[in-house]
Ligand binder design. Structure first.
Ligand code: GDP
Ligand code: IMO
Ligand code: MG
Length: 425
């Protein structure tokens, strides 16, 4: 099968960027299929660190092409910033000719971001905790059939189309939130960035991807966010506005389900969440702070502290079922080194019952985690390269998780660098 999918199984930030980079050399094309610059995918190699928001994580390999797919929403200003930063670091993607952009990808306008901010402000304490990148309003315009797409930027009447949508947004801002916004600076930056985007190949990506498939080339679909932030199956309404699950790769790239091969699911050895919404295994104590400190759990995009907790098996099982996960990656195992005991949530106490699945409502009804105590390991594992160097207690943790989740953990990540990755199977 030609297309593998790699996606997050928790609430995002599982280490997708790092692992896509590790796997990139084995693929001809890396294609982002949903989300937008709400994502922050971190890669580290040769002492350098990059955070990518819109650009796929396969750009550092010479023989790998990269595509921003039709399911992605693009903020030209952020994309230009990403491209400029990469160019300054010696990676000129225009020169390298290794990035293409789908004509059907939707555009995030400066006013989409204003709407995002105004909506969050109005919700007060009940806010989603959005990254304020304009994701929700842009997908609303997409499904409302008002949106602007990358392909529109080359049309002679693009400015008029833009103005029509902006006029709608400014009336909404005024009527719904009483706001009169000045976004002239961002508007100028938007049009400057559009000129840069025009220089990249703007493609009918569904044809392109299917041609890759026809020619027997290997494609990796790169997800953003995580299964528990999926618009249909996540902890609604505390979710993002796209399908982060495997089905999103089909609609976000224009590929048929039968073309999907492996679905690679990534999870952390514990769990984090950034933004609002339920998080059953959250630790609001010293232990949570320790995980945040040791794991450097601060958002790659917004810098916000990430909420930390123990691994949540009912949530993971749900994510595995929804995605048809065939292989898994466990990241950040090194962060748990040194703890006497670690814990895994095996069930929830929910409305007087013990359940091992994700119930409909975890927003207004508490799902109280039932925790299994597990022996921790003391060894520093950040430098290990061989399987026989894995501490026995970590090996038992891996085997316990594989038995519970019924999917093999194929890769183990023991640090942020590309090289800190072991193949277990
Ligand atoms: P993504 O959004 O899924 O790509 O993940 P992020 O980049 O937002 O967050 C993951 C963070 O953990 C980044 O800072 C990575 O550099 C880092 N990271 C990835 N894998 C590991 C690992 O195995 N150990 C440690 N300590 N850090 C890791
Ligand atoms: P990556 O790809 C973690 C969260 C936000 C908020 C909710 C909705 O780096 O894993 P949005 O901006 O989409 O309207 O925010 O989703 N969120 C993420 N959390 N990692 C991400 O991406 C996220 N993208 C969005 O914090 O709770
Ligand atoms: Mg991230």
């Amino acid at each position: 099968m030609a297309v593998d999918v790699l996606l997050g199984l928790q609430w995002g930030d599982e280490g997708k960027g790092k692992i896509v980079d590790v796997l990139s050399a084995g693929y001809d094309l890396i294609a982002r299929f949903q989300g937008g610059p709400n994502a922050g995918h971190t890669l580290e190699f040769e002492g350098k660190k990059f955070v990518l928001n819109t650009i796929p994580s396969g750009i550092f390999f010479d023989n790998t092409m990269n595509l921003i797919g039709n399911g992605v929403v693009i903020d030209p200003i952020t994309l230009k910033k990403e491209l400029d930063k990469l160019k300054d670091a010696g990676h000129d993607l225009l020169g390298k000719k290794n990035l293409m952009i789908a004509k059907k990808a939707h555009l995030i306008l400066p006013t989409h971001q204003l709407l995002d901010a105004a909506s969050e402000k109005k919700m007060g304490d009940g806010k989603i905790g959005s990254t304020l990148k304009g994701i929700g309003p842009t997908y609303m315009d997409k499904t409302g059939r008002n949106g602007l797409r990358i392909g529109d930027i080359t049309l002679p009447d693009f400015k008029e189309r833009y103005q029509k949508l902006v006029d709608k947004h400014t009336s909404m801002l005024q009527a719904m939130y009483g706001e009169v916004a000045d976004f002239s600076e961002r508007e100028a930056a938007f049009f400057e960035a559009i000129e840069l985007i025009k220089k990249f190949p703007l493609v009918d990506s569904e044809h392109l991807v299917n041609n890759y498939i026809k020619e027997g080339k290997k494609v990796l679909a790169e997800g953003a966010q995580g299964a528990m932030l999926d618009i249909d199956f996540g902890s609604y309404p505390f979710v993002t506005s796209s399908n982060t699950t495997a089905a999103g790769a089909c609609t976000g790239l224009g590929i048929a389900p039968r073309q999907i091969g492996d679905v690679i699911g990534i999870f952390k050895a514990y769990c984090t969440r950034v933004g609002g919404g339920p998080f059953p295994t959250e630790l609001n104590d010293k232990m949570g702070e320790e995980l945040r400190r040791i794991g450097h759990e601060f958002g790659a995009t917004t810098g916000r502290p990430r909420r930390c907790g123990w691994i949540d098996l009912p949530a993971l099982k749900y994510a595995i079922m929804l995605n048809g996960v065939t292989q898994m990656v466990m990241t950040k195992a090194d962060v748990l080194s040194g703890f006497d005991k670690i814990y895994a949530c095996t069930h929830y106490n929910y409305l007087g019952e013990q359940i091992d699945y994700m119930p409909y409502d975890i927003c207004s009804v508490d799902a109280v985690p039932v925790l299994k105590e597990i022996d921790g390991w003391k060894e520093d594992i950040t430098g290990i390269t061989k399987l026989n160097e894995i501490p026995a207690k970590l090996q038992s943790y891996i085997e316990f998780l594989e038995a519970e989740l019924e999917v093999p953990i194929k890769w183990l990540s023991v640090g942020p660098d590309r090289k800190q990755t072991l193949v277990l199977h």
